[in-house]
Ligand binder design. Sequence first.
Ligand code: FAD
Ligand code: NAI
Length: 480
Amino acid sequence: MRTPSEQIEQDPRKKTLVILGTGWGSVSLLKKIDTENYNVIVVSPRNYFLFTPLLPSCTTGTIEHRSIMEPIRNILRHKGAQVKYYEAECTKIDYARKVVVINDESEIKGATSATEVPFDMLVVGVGAENATFGIPGVREHGLFLKEVGDAQAIRKRIMDCVETASFKDQSDEERKRLLHMVVVGGGPTGVEFAGELQDFFAQDLKTWIPDIADHFHVTLVEALPNVLPMFSKQLIDYTESTFKEESITIQTKTMVKNVTDKYIEAESTGPDGKKKLEQIPYGLLVWATGNALRPVVKDLMSQIPAQKDSRRGLAVNEYLVVKGCENVWAIGDCAIANYAPTAQVASQEGAFLARLFNSLAKTQEINEKLAELSETQAVAKPEERTEIFNEIKDLQKRLRRVKQIGPFEYSHQGSLAYIGSEKAVADVSWLRGNFASGGTWTYLFWKSAYLSMCFSTRNRILVCVDWIKSSIFGRDVSRE
Ligand code: FAD
Ligand code: NAI
């Protein structure tokens, strides 16, 4: 595995396929595509794939972030033909000129840090950014949970709050504020993070730093009447009752309107329907209110008249072609194909495109061979004609088989979420039915399911070691 075989070099006669992003969608495409058919170029500011389902566990040190990262270089060097990778952000897709403008946004820049990459085919898999709905103060004071850097910042901030709360002569009121951990957004990101944070407190912080035990508190704020809207009613109730047992407060029907450095302002609706504005002081604020469009996607949409009514992402057809475009596809969180923005959808879309591109290349290859054979047949001697005729028939049969790629169909395997205290909830599709469960067995299922889905054996081993390490020695409470 350390020394894969020599790769075929790129060939200027082949079409150039540019893939933007190294997330769930793009990596799933890269894994399955036959790179010998195209000159593949990958552009992404992140030179690794991130296994996001275990990212909430990195915020508390249950899992170390490197255990869920897979270097993109490792993925690419195992492909049959050479794939070029540029660590850069695509800042503009110029559809008319068929080029992408790329910028090196890293700390070290060479003499050239911005350039253009021409494409024949383009796959947009840039994901989404964090939604803030323009609420003042969110970007300045809140922390997000999307990337490795976010998880690291949260981990640092938790320990900073804990140590500052333990500072000599700290007032009770200030201690209480610093130890109030507020999570905004009751979708799966917010719920999983709240569960992980409460575990950190209950299993480690409380015993390591007993001084904070009376004041540490986690509150989850959600605008809708309940958390986890995509799960069944029974699992929503189970999550809410588990949070109650764990002493996590859930404040539903509460819409955050403003954020300052020390408190949030939220409008809550009481049982009588009356609205009241309240100030909620916090030490840590994690903002998990879903996805918003990236600027590069917004800009592409503005170039295509057929996208003018699309608001949440690039509208695509059933073959994931961006509507109004030719040879441009979109997958994952930046595409709107009527499915939820999940890893499951993105990876199935990526795998579909790989099949489609492999079959397009095969079709082209067979058509070229057929054209060649037809020409040979025309000038061939009569005794050679039958052989050529049979060969043509075989190729036509192969062509019919290859062409049978239907439109993209998503197969939902179910939803899983960790809710803390070694419990999880699962809505799983099972033999054409639905199976809902919550509790410790579901947690074991959650663990084994995510372990098996990790990108590589190396990732699986590292995650297992992290789980064992944190359960034996406790999580590391040092602030980096
Ligand atoms: P991403 O995986 O976000 O990848 C986008 C890629 O594009 C990244 O490599 C990024 O660096 C790159 N990029 C960004 N901007 C540019 C640019 N301008 N130019 C080039 N490249 C760019 N889903 C599930 O199904 N199950 C789960 O358990 C689950 N857990 C989650 C937990 C967390 C904490 C989070 C945040 C999400 C979770 N999701 C889960 C959702 C899932 O991660 C996303 O739906 C999935 O990552 C979408 O894949 P994607 O390829 O569209 O985007
Ligand atoms: P989300 O969109 O699922 O949930 C965001 C929540 O924030 C919503 O319930 C919304 O009502 C609330 N909200 C919005 N503005 C608010 C405000 N001002 N004040 C209070 N609440 C507000 O977002 P999330 O959790 O980040 O998930 C994004 C996507 O990733 C989803 O498709 C989700 O399914 C997927 N995901 C899946 C996971 C899993 O399957 N375990 C884990 C994490 C994410």
